[in-house]
Design a protein around this ligand. Structure first.
Ligand SMILES: [Mg+2]
Length: 346
């Protein structure tokens, strides 16, 4: 297979708040593989928190060029084998492994003329209801964001270290959405028991990652009156085992674990352990979001609004329709690049 790899700067529709200020851009890495005139597209969203940058991811992807040139891909089993063989070439970058894994799923689906969902689940893709995330916001921003998402079915609200629930109360008062709260590890000094009681009273469905992963041992289902979902505490496949007994479910993200291949195993392992699988995202184009929607066919929750939050998505894929992702009719991941930004020769 021929390989091309580029990084693209993309822009959120609204600048978003991070711990030390604001960001108005994100730079993701995209790959295109090709054989027999059939392309396959993949994406990585490198995250500093997981020690990945677009430069480090691109360098690791380059290490896979020779392997891909001789790869013979006929089946999902072949993808699983390739995923294992790619790891020594791209380690420690799960993001690089993710971008390549997506491209293999996309290529195989296109080759067979079926969707990646059909390959993964042996069933046609169903629409996916997704959370729409409201980030840390001042009052004016909150009012605008809730107005935009008013009739969306599910809203996830980010909470900060002050553990203020004002945004949750405001959202509850102005929408009928299913609400979840994501603390992003920030509730270190908060009383989880009383917070969860208050949130349960507001009809909140679950709390995501209240404490940093180092404090997982303190979590027990008894301390919180709501289900707890692991995000930063559930990165790769091994973490699913540890989540059992501490969390009620896992937020599986393809770029954390290495693509569709391990994410499917994680979703299935969650089920076997009595955990609720959820599929989440970073700020991602429709390439990664469409791959997430494939895994979400077997999940209880999806948080796949990343591409909707962008002003310049380089792909058409699963379409965001007021909180519902609708599957495209085309094979593979169903992606159409919006611009011709990949070189012809890899
Ligand atoms: Mg989260």
């Amino acid at each position: 297979m021929k390989l091309a790899c580029i990084s693209l700067e993309m822009h959120p529709r609204r600048p978003f708040r991070i711990s030390r200020g604001w960001r108005a851009e994100v730079r993701n890495v995209f790959v295109r593989i090709e054989r027999d005139g059939i392309p396959g597209y993949g994406e990585a969203a490198p995250i500093n928190y997981y020690q990945e940058t677009w430069q480090s991811v691109m360098a690791k992807i380059e290490n896979a060029r020779e392997f891909l040139s001789t790869l013979n891909l006929q089946s999902v089993t072949d993808i699983e084998g390739a995923w294992m063989e790619l790891w020594p070439l791209v380690a420690p970058s799960r993001a690089a492994q993710c971008a390549l894994d997506l491209a293999l799923w996309d290529w195989l689906g296109r080759r067979r003329g079926v969707s990646a969902s059909q390959l993964a689940w042996n069933a046609a893709a169903r629409p996916v209801t997704t959370f729409c995330t409201i980030g840390l916001s001042d009052q004016e921003e909150l009012i605008a964001k809730v107005a935009e998402a008013r009739d969306f079915p599910q809203i996830k609200i980010k909470a900060s270290s002050d553990a203020s629930l004002d945004a949750v109360r405001y959202t509850r008062a102005h929408t009928d959405a299913l609400i979840a709260v994501d603390a992003n590890c920030a509730w270190e000094s908060a009383d989880l028991h009383s917070l969860s009681r208050e949130l349960a009273g507001l009809g909140v469905a679950f709390i995501e990652q209240p404490f940093p992963p180092v404090r997982d041992a303190e979590l027990s289902k008894a301390s919180a009156l709501l289900p707890l979902m692991a995000d930063e505490s559930c990165v790769t496949e091994e973490d699913v085992e540890r989540a059992a007994g501490r969390y009620s479910g896992c937020n599986i993200k393809l770029v954390k674990c290495g693509g569709i291949t391990p994410a499917l195993r994680m979703a299935r392992r969650c089920r076997a352990l009595g955990l609720r699988p959820m599929v989440g995202c970073m700020l991602e184009s429709s390439a990664l979001i469409s791959a997430g929607a494939v895994v979400a066919q077997g999940a209880d929750f999806a948080d796949l609004d990343g591409a909707w939050l962008l002003s310049d998505d380089p792909f058409d894929g699963w379409a965001f329709d007021r909180g519902i992702l609708r599957p495209p009719a085309s094979p593979g991941l169903g992606l159409t690049p919006r611009e011709k930004w990949f070189p012809e020769q890899g």
